[in-house]
Write a protein that binds this ligand. Structure first.
Ligand SMILES: [Zn+2]
Length: 449
C-alpha cells in the first residue's frame, strides 16, 4: 500500500459546519417577508457591557437560541432535583422527538464547543489541585517554565491531562500512541480499510428519519437528499451504529480480526467515512516474511488472493459503470440488508461493484495532485491490468513491497467481495506489506486533530 493512498487532506474530525451565508439569507428573507405579522417578531436579546458567565447565568441558552427554547423552559442552568452532566443534557436534546435541536445549523457546534471547554476546565482544575506545590503562580512564570524546561515533569503531566480532551492535539497523540503500541505488541496489521457511506441510499438509515417516505421514486430520491441535509445528527449516529455492529459481527466474528484501530472522518460535504487497520487471524507474518523465499511468497500471495479483489465480473468494458444511479429504484445500495438472503448474490456483486466501486474519474480538488509538474491521481488510478493473475514481490530497485491483485479493470478499487456486499457502499481494502507504511501513517496522519 502506498502511504499517499491513505493521506487525505480534505477531511476533518468534526462534521460539516453550518453554511453562514444561507442562514443570513433565510433571516433576511423572513424579516423582509411582507406577510409576517410584526407583532410576532421578538426583540433581539440585549447586549450588556460585562461578559456573561455561562456557568451561573440562568436562561443563557434560551436567550442564545430563542427558537429552540420558545417557552424559556429546560435551560442548562436552572435549579434541578438531580445532577445532570452536560453531555447527557446535549444527548437528550439531540434525541428530542421532533429533532429541532439536531436540525438547528449551529446549536450542535455551540454545545460541542461548550462540552470541550467544560472538560478542559475540569481537568485543568484537577491538574492545578494535584500540582499545587510545583505550579508556577502566574501565566508569565508558567510560560517561562515551559520555555526553559520544555520536557519537565510539569510539561509531561500537562500533556497527559490534555489526552482526556477529545479533539485536542494531546488526544490524537494518545490515539497515535495506541496504534504504535499495537504495532509493537502484535506486529504489522493485515489490512488497511476505508468504508464510505451511501447516505443517499441506505434504507436502514432513512427508516430512522422522522418524515414519511414518498412513494414516487423521484420524490423519494429528493426526500433522501433532504434528510441528509436536515438531520446530520441522525446520519452521524447511524454511521457509528452501523460501523460498530459491522466491526463486531463481520470484521471480528466473521473475518476473525484479532484487533483493530479505526477513526471516523467527515468530508467537506459532510459525508462520513471510517478508516483503520485490522489484524487478521491466520494472516502471513509480514514482519518475518523472507521476500527472497519463493515458497513463503507463494503462500502469502495465496492468502492475499483469497481476501483482496480487483476483478470486474463484467468482462466487457462497455458494460461497466452503467449509470444505475439514474434509476432511483434499482440502485443496489437501496437493497435492505434484511433482504440480502433472497437476492441473486452474483448479480448483486456485479451491480454493486459497477455502481460504487469504480474510480471512474480523477478530478481536481478531489484526487488529483501536482507531482513533478504533472497532475496525477493520488490513488495512482488508472491501475495497471493483471490479466494473468496477482503479483507479490519486492521491487529490487526501491526495496518497496508490492502486492497487485489479479485485475481486468483499470478503474475498479481494490476491495473484498464479501465486505463490499455486506457494507454496501464504497470500500477500499488493501494489504499492509510493511511496518513503514503504518509508521508513516502514524507520523503524518493519525494525530491530525
Ligand atoms: Zn483519481
Amino acid at each position: 500500500m502506498d502511504e499517499e493512498n491513505i493521506i487525505n487532506h480534505t477531511t476533518s474530525m468534526a462534521s460539516k459546519p453550518p453554511n453562514a451565508r444561507r442562514e443570513m439569507e433565510l433571516i433576511h428573507a423572513w424579516v423582509n417577508n411582507p406577510n409576517v405579522d410584526p407583532g410576532s417578531l421578538i426583540d433581539w436579546p440585549g447586549i450588556g457591557a460585562s461578559p456573561i458567565n455561562e456557568y451561573v447565568t440562568e436562561g443563557l441558552l434560551d436567550m442564545a437560541f430563542p427558537t429552540l427554547f420558545p417557552d424559556g423552559q429546560c435551560d442548562w442552568i436552572e435549579p434541578r432535583i438531580r445532577r445532570v452532566h452536560l453531555h447527557e443534557f446535549v444527548k437528550h436534546l439531540l434525541r428530542y422527538r421532533d429533532h429541532h435541536f439536531g436540525r438547528h445549523p449551529r446549536f450542535r457546534y455551540y454545545m460541542m464547543n461548550m462540552i470541550m471547554r467544560h472538560r478542559a476546565q475540569n481537568s485543568s482544575a484537577m491538574f492545578v489541585k494535584k500540582s499545587l506545590q510545583e505550579m508556577p503562580i502566574t501565566i508569565n512564570e508558567l510560560r517561562e517554565h515551559m520555555e526553559n524546561i520544555p520536557h519537565s515533569h510539569l510539561a509531561d503531566r500537562l500533556m497527559r491531562f490534555g489526552t482526556t480532551l477529545r479533539g485536542t492535539r494531546s488526544y490524537w497523540a494518545k490515539c497515535r500512541a495506541e496504534l504504535f503500541d499495537l504495532l509493537h505488541q502484535i506486529g504489522t496489521p493485515t489490512i488497511f480499510f476505508n468504508l464510505s457511506a451511501a447516505n443517499m441510499y441506505w434504507p436502514d438509515l432513512h427508516a430512522l428519519m422522522p418524515r414519511t417516505q414518498p412513494t414516487n421514486p423521484q420524490e423519494a430520491q429528493k426526500w433522501r437528499r433532504q434528510n441528509i441535509i436536515d438531520y446530520p445528527h441522525i446520519v452521524a449516529y447511524y454511521m457509528h451504529l452501523r460501523y460498530t455492529m459491522f466491526r463486531k459481527e463481520i470484521l471480528q466474528k466473521g473475518m476473525k480480526a484479532k484487533d483493530y484501530w479505526s477513526r471516523y472522518e467527515w468530508q467537506h460535504r459532510g459525508s462520513p467515512h471510517v478508516h483503520g487497520f485490522i489484524w487478521l487471524e491466520g494472516a502471513p507474518n509480514i514482519d518475518n516474511l523472507d521476500w527472497k523465499n519463493h515458497d513463503e511468497l507463494k503462500h502469502a500471495k495465496k492468502y492475499f488472493d483469497s481476501i483482496i479483489h480487483a476483478w470486474n465480473p463484467r468482462g466487457d468494458p462497455h458494460q461497466r459503470n452503467i449509470q444505475v444511479l439514474q434509476n432511483f429504484t434499482q440502485h443496489p445500495c437501496l437493497q435492505n440488508t434484511q433482504q440480502l438472503n433472497q437476492i441473486d448474490l452474483t448479480r448483486d456483486y456485479e451491480e454493486l461493484l459497477n455502481c460504487v466501486e469504480r474510480h471512474t474519474m480523477c478530478k481536481e480538488g478531489a484526487c488529483l495532485r501536482k507531482k513533478r509538474g504533472r497532475m496525477v491521481c493520488r490513488y495512482n488510478a488508472p491501475w495497471p491490468l493483471h490479466l494473468d493473475g496477482s503479483k507479490l514481490f519486492e521491487d529490487p530497485a526501491t526495496g518497496d513491497k508490492v502486492y497487485e491483485p489479479a485485475r481486468n479493470d483499470d478503474r475498479v478499487n481494490t476491495h473484498n467481495r464479501n465486505i463490499l456486499q455486506l457494507w454496501r457502499a464504497n470500500v477500499d481494502w488493501q494489504p499492509v506489506l510493511s511496518r513503514h507504511v503504518v509508521m508513516n501513517y502514524i507520523a503524518k496522519y493519525a494525530a491530525k486533530a
